[in-house]
Design a protein around this ligand. Structure first.
Ligand SMILES: Cc1cc2nc3c(=O)[nH]c(=O)nc-3n(C[C@H](O)[C@H](O)[C@H](O)COP(=O)(O)OP(=O)(O)OC[C@H]3O[C@@H](n4cnc5c(N)ncnc54)[C@H](O)[C@@H]3O)c2cc1C
Length: 304
């Protein structure tokens, strides 16, 4: 790593009050991570060990994914509450509006409030999902409506998803940006889908700025750890894997250690380039891999 990378002075962690969150972003010191709930007993045992490792990184907050199709819904609640009660980390619960009734969503939000969870990432949800076309009157169609629902209950810090390359289901980037501005205006901040080219993130910020929205948007960084997984996720989320990176990875496709080494190097470089642009912080998609995340934090001088 270049000598110029110094130990970053990290700020406080995300707390309930919006003023503290805003301070964290203003200081460009929000370093957060995403985890997902374990689906099997073996994965659970691994996650139990990894939580200690992740906590040692002192992340600003930790967001927990939600299986929109129903697979891990209850497990998300369990992990979010467990992180709050049993670790030093501050959790943020992902919640999707797809495939759930408004009443179910109100119940989930109320349950989080009762458990003292006040950070929510309000999103639509990944496919496979029930079709939105036959939604009944009053049910939620887009993430913005979930933001409004959480606001109407009150007391939540609300983040939303942003897509630097446009949402894959949208064939009109201008309209996609417009809908994003409407959503961000009602939310507290955004977190982007992963991307590999810094310019895509900077273009998104410029577009938002031109549309009069200055809410903080954290860039999401996905370290490549497995070739097949990254191609699948890139296809699902509409993320372009640059040709030069593809050919570098494909030259070592039978060498998992080399793929991970390149993944860590590429993620570190992107993260450092973004820090040089004075971003409000960085959000890492960890895929529960504490080792890879620790390497990147260490390269960036964020590990204590
Ligand atoms: C940080 C992050 C975390 C994520 N976590 C999860 C997770 O835990 N579980 C999961 O299942 N998925 C997750 N996803 C994926 C996400 O659910 C998908 O990308 C989903 O397809 C879109 O979600 P959204 O919240 O951006 O949707 P929306 O904001 O609802 O947008 C979806 C599409 O609808 C369009 N649109 C929005 N508003 C309107 C409107 N008023 N009228 C017409 N069109 C409109 C948009 O342009 C876009 O094309 C995550 C994504 C990100 C970036």
């Amino acid at each position: 790593m270049p000598d110029s990378i110094k130990l970053q002075d990290k700020g406080p962690t995300l707390q309930g009050s919006m003023a503290q969150v805003a301070e964290l972003f203003k200081a460009h010191k929000s370093f957060s991570i995403e985890l997902w709930p374990a689906r099997t007993e073996i994965a659970q045992r691994k996650l139990d060990q990894s939580l200690v490792e992740f906590a040692s990184l002192n992340p600003s907050f930790v967001s927990i994914t939600y299986g929109a199709a129903g697979s891990t819904r209850e497990k998300t609640h369990e992990l979010v509450v467990r992180i709050k009660n049993e670790t030093s980390m501050v959790p943020m619960a992902h919640l999707t509006c797809a495939s759930q009734t408004k009443k179910e969503l109100i119940d989930i939000l109320q349950r989080y409030k009762q458990a003292g969870i006040d950070n929510i990432l309000a999103i639509h949800g990944d496919p496979p999902l029930n079709s939105d076309s036959n939604l009944e009157e009053g049910e939620l169609r887009h993430a913005i409506e979930l933001v409004e629902l959480a606001r109407s209950i009150g007391g939540f810090n609300i983040a939303v998803a942003a897509h630097p390359e446009g949402h894959p289901s949208s064939n009109d980037i201008k309209m996609d940006r417009f809908y994003l501005t409407q959503k961000l205006k009602r939310a507290d901040f955004g977190i982007t889908q992963f991307f590999f080219d810094k310019k895509l993130y900077l273009d998104l910020l410029e577009d938002l700025d031109n549309l009069g929205v200055k809410k903080p948007v954290l860039p999401g960084i996905m370290p490549i750890t497995r070739l097949s997984a990254i191609y699948k996720m890139a296809q699902l989320s509409g993320t372009e894997v640059p040709h030069s990176l593809r050919s570098r990875l494909e030259k070592v496709q039978d060498k998992p250690d080399e793929i991970r080494r390149i993944g860590i190097e590429v993620a570190t470089q992107l993260a450092q380039d973004l820090l040089d642009e004075s971003v409000p912080g960085l959000h890492f998609y960890t895929m529960n891999d504490a080792w890879v995340t620790k390497e990147i934090f260490s390269n960036l001088g964020l590990a204590r």
